[in-house]
Design a binder for this molecule. Structure first.
Ligand SMILES: Cc1cc2nc3c(=O)[nH]c(=O)nc-3n(C[C@H](O)[C@H](O)[C@H](O)COP(=O)(O)O)c2cc1C
Length: 353
């Protein structure tokens, strides 16, 4: 299958990546079981990039990657792009070979994390406050990389706007292969609306590919972001915990065949989506059961439901009941009881968390 009518504007993404939608890195959510769930909805023949949850390069050198849930991978994973929090050359030098041995085909640098811990260590979004040092971090990473190096950024507030062009051009000159922008400022965290016009500004400023991110909920949102911002790819985060078949829906709209595992038409109506949501949760639980200890798996499963159930009128009930499930079989029972009734999924919801 060739790249479809939505083509990439700028060269730089790995050649075999041919689908314009990718998943966002999300702590506690984008583990390998969730990636596998979403991958099963990818149209046949489509290839995209897959993130890890953010990994701390201060700890990576000592860690056994196959033992930490954040870095676990399945054997069939293609284009796994682990995301690192990094700012020290020595830690980067030691971390990268481990990540490549573990299956990485590229490295993403986090320059958007606004949590206190990241600020204290001067990485994450604090790198956006020091353009020269941020470019150095890209250079250090490129030096030890054997594949693409991308950077995930946030928007800057109006006071910092004057230096922003030099900042992003600096990342490009330092060797970033592409940039991804979540256009909310650090203060906004995930509140308010993402300002897509800043994605457009970024695509007009750099000559490397840009991935746009923020507030995607439907296939129409994806096409709108591609058209309005001229970004090369769209990244979706929270919605995938509710609608992992977004990949299938978009593929269908672009003329791709259905996924290998799911034949026929993608779910579209509120009732079809409500049914598929239940199926996807059973499948995710099954995938988690195969790789994670019960307590940890259930904690992550509850967080997944907390994030995604806002697309369902009675989603809070499902979340509340699931918090009481202490075993896999109890969790399955909660799903069976809840999905014994039909549920209508919202196409869009207010994104608050
Ligand atoms: C629970 C959660 C954890 C997140 N963790 C990360 C992270 O580790 N690295 C990162 O770059 N962004 C992280 N993000 C931000 C997302 O990657 C994304 O930029 C944001 O959710 C906006 O996209 P969305 O509106 O499609 O959800 C996280 C978001 C959520 C909801």
């Amino acid at each position: 299958m060739e790249t479809q009518s939505v083509g990439f504007h700028k060269a730089g993404l790995p050649g075999a990546v041919n689908f314009p939608l990718t998943m966002a890195p999300m702590v506690g959510l984008s583990h390998c079981a969730f990636r596998q769930l979403v991958r099963e909805y990818l149209p046949l023949g489509a290839t995209t990039l897959w993130p890890s949850e953010m990994l701390n390069s201060r700890r990576l050198p000592e860690e056994k990657l196959h033992k930490i849930p954040e870095a676990m991978v399945f054997e069939n994973e293609n284009y796994w792009m682990p995301q690192i929090l990094a700012n020290e050359e020595e830690k980067i030098r030691l971390s990268l070979p481990k990540l490549y041995d573990h299956g990485a085909q590229g490295i993403d640098i986090n320059m958007g994390c606004p949590v206190q811990k990241a600020l204290k260590h001067n990485y994450g979004v604090s790198l956006m406050g020091d353009a020269q040092y941020a470019a150095r971090v890209v250079e250090m990473t490129v030096k030890y990389a054997t594949g693409p190096v991308s950077v995930k950024l946030r928007a800057v507030d109006s006071e910092a706007k004057s230096g922003w062009r030099d900042f992003v051009k600096g990342l490009e000159s330092a060797g970033a292969t592409w940039l991804c922008l979540h256009p909310r400022t650090a203060d906004q965290k995930r509140r308010g609306q993402a300002d897509w016009s800043q994605i457009r500004e970024l695509t007009e400023t750099v000559n490397i590919p840009v991935i746009g991110n923020g507030d995607i909920q439907t296939p129409t949102d994806i096409l709108n972001m591609l058209n309005e911002t001229h970004c090369d790819m769209v990244m979706a985060g929270r919605v995938l915990t509710a609608r992992p078949w977004l990949f299938w829906q978009l593929g269908e709209d672009l003329g791709w065949p259905s996924p290998e595992r799911h034949k026929g038409r993608a779910p579209r109506t509120p009732t079809e989506e409500g049914i598929e949501y239940g199926r996807s949760l059973f499948r995710l639980l099954e995938l988690m059961e195969g790789i994670l200890p019960e307590r940890l798996a259930l904690r992550k499963f509850v967080f997944h439901i907390k994030t995604g159930s806002v697309w369902l009128p009675f989603g809070h009930e499902l979340y509340r009941k699931m918090t009481a499930a202490k075993t896999f079989s109890a969790a399955r029972k909660v799903l069976e009881t809840f999905f014994a009734h039909s549920h209508q999924m919202y196409q869009k919801t207010e994104l608050r968390q």
